[in-house]
Design a protein around this ligand. Structure first.
Ligand code: ADP
Ligand code: MG
Length: 138
């Protein structure tokens, strides 16, 4: 459980330490549960330097990562679309690709896009600033 947005960011930073590329991270949780907060902290920890905005309307943002073994951080959002829509903007080619970490908000809307080894992050708003965050690896 986290007590504030910084706590959720810290959980993302912890997860980031274990990522080597090729992972898909599925974020599941209601509006305001902290999916974007988690994603932004994860991206920053992996080396994204540009500002990260929510890809709700454009469906997907790609952020290059420089210097390490990771090449790219991909942030997708399934809220306003479906699997076909995300395939349409090219998400497929990033899933499982070497050096690429993919995060999908509202991932429960697109189960057919998620590989068997997807890392599932479930967020629940417990009221106020408290959030229950569960990270499950297949
Ligand atoms: P989502 O993408 O799931 O809709 P956001 O990350 O955009 O959620 O928004 C979460 C909101 O809740 C932000 O305004 C954030 O500051 C606030 N917040 C308060 N407490 C927490 C917490 N423990 N974890 C994450 N966000 C929190
Ligand atoms: Mg969001």
């Amino acid at each position: 459980m986290t007590m504030d947005a910084e706590g959720t960011a810290a959980a993302a930073v912890e997860l980031a330490k274990s990522l080597v590329g090729g992972e898909v991270i599925a974020l599941v949780g209601d509006l305001g549960s902290g999916k974007t907060t988690f994603t932004t902290a994860l991206g920053k920890a992996l080396g994204v330097v540009e500002r990260m905005t929510s890809p709700t309307f454009v469906l997907m943002h790609t952020h290059p990562l420089e210097g390490g073994t990771l090449r790219m951080f991909v942030h997708a959002d399934a809220w306003r679309t479906d699997a076909a829509g995300l395939r349409g903007v090219g998400l497929d080619e990033f899933i499982g690709a070497p050096g690429i970490v993919v995060v999908i908000e509202w991932a429960d809307r697109v189960p057919e896009l998620l590989p068997p080894n997807t890392i599932k992050v479930t967020l629940h708003n417990l009221g106020g600033d408290r959030r229950d965050i569960r990270i499950e690896r297949a």
